[in-house]
Design a protein around this ligand. Structure first.
Ligand code: ZN
Length: 419
């Protein structure tokens, strides 16, 4: 799929240090990319109701990681997907009387506009579920052949009925290490989040769907000896990551609601596809709430970036409002949060508009240090606030002519905020 245009990233003096992130599978801080290359896979949207603030916060968080890596001098390879065929998309299309392809195309286009406005660096590899079908078919066939996947059900004499393919979670000794939940918790979340623990004929209730055979009224593709059907969600991400950035890769990212079952399953599939290699670490973003509830499609309490933009809100103020919260925490979107983002943007812009200002070196170093410390954006914002306050107060003992330019480039390159 086509991505959105890449923002310009200005050059900064010097270089950032190694970025550490919290690996949610162990709870430990780890160096996000130990080698010269940095590889990232962030789960993309299912294109309906795009792009709410929860999505925006997730993609802005991983954008900080990409920017910090680039500042560190890493060669970054970033892959993402669009789940442009899946149950919730088909259900929404059915409920609203829109063709599912049209709904997916419209919502994907809106998402691209939002990411452009928010200054998010686009992925290098951007693949839709529909595009990935031949690769998923090959992967599922390989898993069946190796015995790590199996068929449940069979068509009747008239060729009707389901013969779906499931992964065998018992084939992966490391299954469970992403979310580290007990079995009851896994079963409960699996049922709540799109799984089918009660499907008869499975070896284990937790075994996830890899290939869903064609049902009347549903889109389907030729799966060769798998029959006509469509891919499951978890295998889609595993295959796109493997083909896009290779296995193992450094960081698997997404919202905390993807930790189980989605990341548990997709990492497990990746391991089964490639001799035990999945993601080296998992990083999860908190949930953004509205009026005391998690912002979600199912609850219908969404704040859309496109709506804010249509209302004349500067996307940079939205970005600053997001960055005022550590990515890993759950937080609440309120009018005050947006108001603070707008005020900060105005203040920062005013602070860099003069010909000189207080020295910028320590501020740049502090922003770098904050990002290297588990992408601590609120700390980075405080550092820039302090410089902006001193600049606006005009109380620097020594005025540095180039300082406002360094600050503007720092904020642009590392925080993605264009002043
Ligand atoms: Zn995914």
């Amino acid at each position: 799929m086509l991505t959105w245009p890449a923002p310009q990233i200005p050059q900064l003096p010097g270089q950032g240090g190694p970025v550490r992130v919290r690996d949610t599978s162990t709870g430990e801080l780890v160096v996000a990319a130990p080698g010269p290359d940095a590889t990232l896979y962030v789960c993309g949207i299912t294109p309906y109701d795009a792009t709410h603030l929860g999505h925006a916060a997730t993609y802005v968080a991983f954008d900080l990681l990409v920017r910090a890596w680039l500042d560190e001098g890493k060669r970054v390879r970033y892959a993402s997907n669009v789940t442009d065929v899946d149950d919730p998309l088909l259900e929404r299309a059915e409920a609203t009387g829109v063709d599912w392809r049209e709904l997916a195309a419209d919502q994907t286009a809106l998402y691209l506009e939002d990411m452009t406005a928010l200054g998010v660096v686009p992925p290098d590899v951007y693949t839709g579920a529909v595009e990935s079908v031949p690769d998923v078919v090959a992967a599922v066939r390989a898993m069946v052949a190796s015995g790590t996947a199996y068929v449940v059900g069979a068509p009747d004499a008239h060729g009707q009925g389901a013969a779906d393919v499931y992964a065998d979670v018992s084939a992966d000794p490391a299954f469970g290490e992403v979310a580290r939940l007990d079995r009851d918790a896994m079963l409960a979340l699996f049922g709540e989040r799109g799984g089918d623990p009660a499907r008869p004929g499975k070896r284990d209730p937790l075994d996830p769907l890899l290939w869903r055979s064609a049902r009347p009224g549903e889109p389907s593709w030729d799966g060769g000896d798998l029959g006509h059907g469509r891919p499951g969600w978890h295998i889609e991400c595993a295959v796109i990551a493997r083909d896009g950035i290779g296995l193992p890769f450094d960081v698997q990212g997404g919202g905390s609601d993807l930790r189980f079952p989605h990341h548990e399953m997709s990492t497990s599939h990746a391991r089964l596809l490639d001799a035990g290699h999945g993601a080296r670490s998992h990083v999860h973003t908190g949930m953004v709430g509205l009026h005391g509830e998690k912002m979600s499609k199912s609850l219908g309490n969404l704040v859309l970036v496109s709506r804010l933009r249509a209302d004349g809100v500067d996307a940079m103020a939205v970005r600053l409002a997001i960055l005022d919260h550590h990515y890993a925490t759950d937080w609440e979107w309120t009018d005050d949060v947006l108001r603070a983002g707008r005020a900060r943007l105005e203040r920062w812009r005013a602070s860099v508009s003069g010909n000189g200002g207080p020295a910028a070196d320590a501020t740049l170093a502090e922003v770098r240090a904050a990002l290297a410390d588990d992408l601590d954006a609120p700390r980075a914002l405080r550092a820039v606030d302090a410089w902006a306050d001193a600049s606006l107060a005009g109380d620097a003992t020594e005025v540095h002519e180039g300082a406002p330019g360094v600050i503007a480039r720092t904020v642009n390159a590392l925080l993605g905020v264009r002043l």
